[in-house]
Design a protein around this ligand. Structure first.
Ligand SMILES: Cc1ncc(COP(=O)(O)O)c(C=O)c1O
Length: 479
């Protein structure tokens, strides 16, 4: 074949090949109903990978130009100019071209594996099933008649639930707000998504913690944002770093998980909180404070949030019931200036016409129930037991191999593994041995870390889980 690929062109190679063949059919170079060269032969002839030819043939098939049958090769469609041929969309390409990115590969792998096998789950960022208040929900469902209208609810969320959450954040988080400054969302996750979509545009620079949960969300990249990092130490981020990033990149928004941070467990020190609020109002940069964990401090002390000190409306405060009641409820909220909340509510209405009444009603009843206090105390005690259990297990099985700072609340522990290891190999080996964890790179940190979620593990299985992980680590660091 005389024709050559243009390797300097911006047009992908598979597309050049597909266009060349399509052109060849139009000019009669390839006759109708004839066979095209096999993928292997054409790949060799053009000096490309076989996968490039597969993509080119996929493209032509999606246009109805060729027909492919397993085992009998690729032929030019017999009905290329007719009306009857069926076109098969090139789903692979559609899926690659969509602007919303898929989850990180490690995240997808862990999710499917933990569902499939009988694995001790130290990876999912949620409470273990034995900590969900199922019994209390059963009581609510039997004792409280459901009387709510079943039409589309208020765009900002159910009015009664918003009143209840306003009282809840006042009592437990020292935040003064009102129901007109709050939007109910499908977990904290949807609140983050709405903020990114409504308040930022492609090319905007934002700052997130490193390591951080936000890093694990391709939604920031999907929105075309430039992401810069604020290193986290045991007291959270350093305010000076915010100023430096602002000077260099004109960051437009800061995303912080201020208490018992995922994954490090660190809480932002009060002196740093104050400084960060000062910087935020000096520079006019809004802060998105994501706070799913502040209620589960083991010493039971109220943790002060940035929002509780925010006098000028610089902070958008996000929280949810996922880590303190149950993740499957999908109840979250965002609190902020009412014009911003209205903008987010308008977007939420376009996306899903507002939140379903059933979880909102159940959440409202649960939060108003005097049992809520007892539930939170129980949760703190149980999570502390799990924290102690995982620390004991790490000391027994991995004393020489890992180091960590004991978390004072939350559900995660962040461990540095002292020897070098390959993350994929360790994950596969661990899952083979029946335990899951999350590799550190998911949270953006350099390799060499792992996150265990003790809150998801049942107390009697944590020790076994860490012992299996230790066996897997031995295999991976032996070389
Ligand atoms: C810091 C942080 N923010 C937000 C979320 C999302 O939680 P949800 O959407 O279930 O409220 C998580 C979940 O792990 C998290 O750790």
């Amino acid at each position: 074949m005389e024709w050559k690929l243009d390797r300097t062109s911006k047009k992908p190679l598979y597309k050049q090949i597909a266009d060349f063949i399509e052109q060849g059919i139009l000019t009669g170079m390839f006759s109708q109903d004839s066979m095209l060269p096999s993928e292997r032969i054409l790949a060799k002839e053009l000096g490309v990978n076989r996968s490039t030819i597969v993509s080119a043939y996929d493209e032509l098939q999606s246009l109805g130009i060729v027909e492919r049958k397993k085992g009998s090769g690729t032929r030019i469609s017999t009905d290329i100019w007719g009306v009857s041929h069926k076109r098969i969309p090139n789903w692979g390409r559609y899926m690659e071209d969509g602007s919303f990115l898929p989850n990180l590969p490690f995240v997808r792998r862990i999710r499917t594996e933990t569902r499939k096998h009988n694995i001790i789950n130290l990876s999912s960022g949620e409470l273990s099933p034995s900590l969900w208040p199922n019994e209390q929900f059963r009581t609510i469902f039997t004792e409280h008649p459901f009387m709510e209208p079943l039409g589309y609810d208020h765009p900002m969320g159910n009015a009664s639930l918003r009143e209840t959450i306003s009282a809840h954040v006042k009592e437990y988080r020292n935040i003064n707000t009102s129901s007109s400054s709050m939007l109910i969302t499908s977990g904290a996750q949807q609140a983050l998504h709405l903020i990114v979509q409504c308040l930022l545009k492609p090319g905007d620079a934002i700052a997130i913690e490193d390591p951080s949960y936000f890093y694990s969300l391709p939604l920031l990249q999907s929105a075309g944002l430039k992401v810069y990092y604020l290193p986290v130490d045991q007291h959270g981020i350093n305010p000076d770093d915010v100023e430096k990033l602002y000077k260099k990149h004109r960051i437009k928004m800061i995303f912080l998980n201020t208490s018992h941070q995922n994954p490090t467990g660190a809480s932002l020190h009060p002196s740093r909180q104050k400084k960060i609020l000062e910087i935020s109002s000096e520079l006019g940069i809004p802060i998105v404070e994501d706070d799913p964990y502040s209620l589960i401090s083991f010493d039971g002390e109220k943790v002060s949030t940035l929002k509780s000190m925010d006098e000028s409306g610089n902070v958008l405060y996000i929280s949810s019931l996922s880590k303190i009641v149950a993740s499957g409820l999908r109840i979250g909220w965002v609190i902020g200036p009412s014009k911003v909340i209205n903008r987010l509510a308008d977007a939420k209405q376009q996306v899903d016409f507002g939140h379903s009444i059933f979880p909102q009603w159940a959440a409202d009843e649960f939060l108003k129930d005097p049992y809520f206090d007892a539930h939170i105390s129980m949760l703190r005690d149980e999570l502390k037991k799990r924290r102690d259990e995982i620390i004991r297990s790490l000391e027994v099985y991995l004393d020489e191999e890992v180091e960590f700072i004991p978390p004072k609340g939350g559900i995660h522990i962040w461990c540095r593994v002292k020897s070098a290891f390959n993350e994929s190999q360790l994950l596969e080996e661990s899952m083979k041995k029946g335990v899951s964890f999350v590799p550190g790179s998911v949270f953006g940190s350099g390799k060499g870390y792992v996150r265990f979620t003790y809150g998801r593990g049942e107390t009697n299985l944590i020790q076994e889980g860490i012992s299996r992980f230790a066996d897997a680590l031995k295999v991976c660091t032996r070389q």
